[in-house]
Design a protein around this ligand. Structure first.
Ligand SMILES: [Zn+2]
Length: 426
């Protein structure tokens, strides 16, 4: 950005300031507008702090010729060049495997799926070791960032990936996993999901929260120094996990029901339980969790589908190619009429801070598994979040806490609890 220079009279105060800044020229840049001043301050802070997103999904063909994160690939929301462009310094890449049948074959497939993604993250970071490195601890993450590289960390989404085999957790820890999302959509052997799966025969609740096996899993996670992640679990299970875990827990990608009443978000009582445990919610910028559709939007979508002669999104594929293109354009136009912005997203951060205090709030995108907020819809747009925080008067220290300080603090706490437990156990 170039700014026009124009001469103006130096008042005493400005002259003193100019001389103090070692600038004796009689010509000074035009004073910045308030918006320019905020943007410059936000740029400075964005560069100074370490930004960390705790939830970035990857496909099964990640780090192959098809999906090389070393290149810009517009089909995805995150790759290394756009992380650098947007100043997204660090990310937890997610080993996700969807819930399936709880049979020996199902567990085996889940374990293999998890291994595929662990391998992919390791391969990606070694293919591009000049720009990114895998961190195994909070200290690692800070060192790598200080060396000017991107930081990769690993989280697992869905405890289905360990089946009933507790010993797998040690293996996953060695491979770099530093959090485990206990469940995904559908109950598993560890806990109830906030989204039961009828197709898997789920009742509303199966364990009434965390199962007996789930308690063993939480104790083992504490012993290893893997954070317990409560995003996706039922309300009861979340409240129990906050009580059971000896180390702080996280909600790696959840927002608040006070502003968007969806099952994946957390109500104020849950937020208070999280804070009492010492945990952190990484507020998620996933469009439908930031703002639920207003009735006018739902009506407009239903009208558009009806005019196309169908009644659900799932039926779009039954239309001719031409009709599909037409309905997709129409739905895109409707979506554009009802924007969900970075400001809407930061409203959730504000609310979470009101309830829990700033020590318990952080930031996530759920990119490549969600995302979709206007203004932060891929890694290259990450600055806009910092800009909105600065606009709302957050200080550099607070922004540093929100972006990575809080998450790394509790990872250290989990590492400390693990060391203690291992010392006691040996
Ligand atoms: Zn998820």
């Amino acid at each position: 950005m170039s700014r026009k220079h124009r001469p103006f009279l130096l008042t005493g105060a400005v002259l003193v300031a100019a001389l103090a800044a070692g600038c004796g020229a009689a010509e000074e840049p035009a004073p910045m507008s308030e918006e320019e001043r905020i943007e410059a301050e936000a740029r400075r802070i964005h560069d100074a702090v370490m930004t960390l997103c705790t939830h970035i999904d990857i496909p099964f063909n990640y780090a192959t010729e098809e999906v090389d994160p070393g290149n810009v690939n517009e089909e995805y929301q995150v790759d290394y060049p756009r992380m650098q462009e947007g100043g997204l310094n660090a990310g937890f890449f997610v080993v996700y495997y969807g819930q399936g049948e709880r049979t020996p074959e199902g567990y085996e497939a889940a374990k293999e799926g998890a291994m595929t993604k662990f391998d992919a993250i390791h391969r990606a970071t070694s293919m591009h070791s000049d720009v990114i490195e895998l961190a195994y601890s909070a200290d690692d993450a800070e060192r790598i960032h200080a060396e000017g590289k991107l930081v990769a960390m690993i989280g697992i989404e869905n405890g289905y990936t360990l089946g009933r085999d507790l010993s797998l957790l040690e293996r996953y820890h060695e491979l770099g996993a530093r959090y485990l999302g206990l469940v995904h959509n559908g109950h598993n052997d560890i806990a109830d999901s906030c989204n039961p799966r009828e197709d898997l025969g789920d009742a509303e609740a199966e364990h009434g929260g965390i199962s007996e096996f789930g308690r063993e899993v939480i104790a083992e996670l504490n012993r290893l120094g893997i954070l317990v992640d409560v995003s996706h679990i039922s309300r009861d299970a979340m409240l129990q996990a906050a009580e059971l875990s000896a180390a702080p827990i996280i909600a790696s990608h959840s927002s608040t029901t006070a502003l968007a009443d969806v099952s994946r978000n957390m109500d104020d009582e849950q937020l208070r339980a999280l804070a009492a445990n010492g945990g952190v919610m990484q507020t998620v910028a996933l469009r439908s969790f930031v703002k639920t559709d207003p009735p006018e939007k739902t009506a407009a979508i239903n009208d558009a589908l009806a005019e196309a002669g169908i009644s659900s999104y799932g039926e779009i594929r039954s239309l001719s190619e031409e009709e599909q293109a037409a309905i997709r354009t129409r739905l895109g136009d409707i979506s554009a009429e009802f924007p969900v912005t970075v400001s809407d997203f930061v409203d959730h951060i504000d609310h979470a801070i009101d309830v829990m205090g700033i020590d318990h709030v952080a930031i996530s995108s759920d990119f490549d598994g969600g995302g979709g907020v206007d203004g932060w819809d891929d890694a290259s747009e990450t600055f806009n979040v910092t800009l909105e925080l600065v606009r709302r008067g957050y200080t550099e220290d607070q922004i540093a806490q929100l972006w990575s300080g809080n998450t790394l603090r509790i990872l250290r706490e989990a590492e400390r609890v693990a060391a203690e437990m291992q010392a006691e156990g040996s």
